[in-house]
Design a protein around this ligand. Structure first.
Ligand code: UD1
Length: 418
């Protein structure tokens, strides 16, 4: 079993490049299916979730190949419209293939994603929208079987929650549907805008993305394009946290500062100095003593992202005073708390609320990753801790972090992967 061994207490200093966003790469790769042509996707990180997407594309009949950070997808020929269970289970987000496969082939048969590390992950919003667009859908024994006669048809869709995945699935399905689709209460995340930019570069007619109402004028066919994935704002948050807990100073390059607004506000509240010297880079300088973050409430974008909650909790845990977190997006996203407590954190949970009483410093111990961002929170805690922190179940970390250990070591950390 592989594990990370972190000798904590090193001061981190230097520069780091922020790689492309996992949560943009996955829907964009799924959407390449619609083109029936060749797409080149740049700035794709090396992640197990991206590998799982490539396996699905290759199974479906596409040729999907990686060359450094570029992924080349030829989707001229599709031979399957089902996705085997094994491939579906390699990555929860595989549900993002539903709209693309259905729109391209008129049929999509895949297994229900089911629950995951963050609690139940229903897909009712995805299915309701596709039904409104004319798909007939049967769900039996964990299999979702979708069909459509001819092209899907545009519809006015009012989402009950601005689900990121559902908004993406609908945008993809609607791009080549007959007529206009309007998504009200759509997700506004930067990754939604990236997907819209990709689809528009392929000839789609999407407008309003980034706002709560997205309009998609369906076109008959799409063509290939070359597209560069946006930087990963959660990776950026992770390096900011690494600087904060080590009294460090780190320059982040290759970012979009606007995507980080709520995250930067939290770091500034904790007493960190954030300086933007040039477009696409910021420098964080940690204070001697971190201040608490009074009220971190996770919300859909542009609110504070749920994916950064665990990471910021490791920062709050070593601040002088009491911080309060409210998790509003997922019903089971505090699994990392038990592990942070093993490292000495003083955190009390009550339902959606976590009250974090700052301690002076974490103390190294053996801990287990519980989920992707929970794993990152443990790495942050380990960087701060006295003594050695050993983290197992690294498969979670590998889903979302490309070269984390190498980059942190270049900044001065002492981490070994055994
Ligand atoms: C995406 C991100 C994930 C992030 C999340 C919220 C990807 C690959 N993953 O996940 O990292 O944490 O957005 O920003 O982009 N819901 C329903 N019914 C549905 C769909 C969602 O009830 O049909 C609920 C979910 O259970 C959850 C909430 O809506 O409580 C948010 O989910 P959603 O925005 O869909 O997240 P994902 O797209 O799965």
């Amino acid at each position: 079993m592989s594990r990370l061994v972190i000798k904590g207490g090193k001061h981190l200093e230097g520069e780091v490049y922020i790689h492309g966003a996992k949560n943009s790469s996955l829907p964009v790769l799924a959407a390449t299916i619609l083109c029936g042509d060749i797409c080149e996707i740049h700035n794709c990180p090396y992640l197990t979730d991206v590998d799982a997407s490539l396996k699905i594309l290759n199974y479906l009949g596409c040729t999907a190949l990686r060359e450094n950070d570029k992924i080349h997808v030829d989707s001229k020929i599709l031979i399957h419209s089902d996705i085997p269970d094994k491939l579906m289970h390699e990555m929860r987000s595989s549900i993002i293939f539903l709209g693309a496969v259905l729109a391209r082939t008129g049929r999509a048969r895949l297994s229900f994603p089911g629950g995951c590390d963050l609690g139940s992950r229903p897909i009712d919003i995805h299915l309701k929208a596709l039904r409104q667009m004319g798909a007939s859908i049967e769900v039996e024994k964990g299999i979702i079987d979708c069909r459509t006669e001819g092209r899907l048809k545009g519809a006015h869709l009012q989402l009950t929650f601005p689900s990121v995945g559902a908004t993406e699935n609908i945008m993809i399905a609607a791009a080549t549907a007959r007529g206009e689709t309007i998504i009200s209460n759509a997700a506004r995340e930067p990754e939604i805008c990236d997907l819209a930019a990709f689809l528009n570069a392929c000839g789609a007619k999407i407008s309003g993305h980034g706002g709560g109402v997205i309009t998609i004028e369906g076109v008959e066919t799409l063509h290939g394009c070359s597209h560069t994935i946006i930087p990963d704002r959660i990776i950026a948050a992770t390096y900011l946290a690494a600087a904060a807990v080590t009294g460090g100073k780190i320059k982040l390059n290759g970012i979009v500062t606007d995507h980080l607004t709520p995250i930067l506000a939290a770091f500034e509240e904790s007493g960190c100095l954030i300086e933007e010297e040039a477009e696409g880079s910021i420098t964080i300088t940690a204070p001697k003593v971190l201040k608490p973050m009074k009220d971190i409430r996770t919300m859909p974008y542009p609110g504070f992202p749920t994916d950064a909650q665990a990471i910021l909790m490791s920062v709050a845990a070593v601040a002088e005073g009491t911080s309060v977190f409210v998790e509003n997006i997922f019903d089971n996203r505090y699994k990392h708390v038990g592990e942070l407590r093993r490292l000495g954190a003083n955190i009390n949970l009550e339902g959606k609320v976590a009250v974090v009483e700052g301690i002076k410093r974490f103390s190294g111990a053996d801990v287990q990753s519980t989920d992707l961002r929970g794993a990152a929170a443990l790495v942050i805690a380990g960087l701060n801790a006295s003594g050695e922190t050993r983290i197992t179940r690294l498969r979670h970390l590998d889903r979302g972090y490309d070269g984390l250990v190498e980059s942190l070591n270049l900044l001065g950390a002492d981490i070994t992967r055994m």
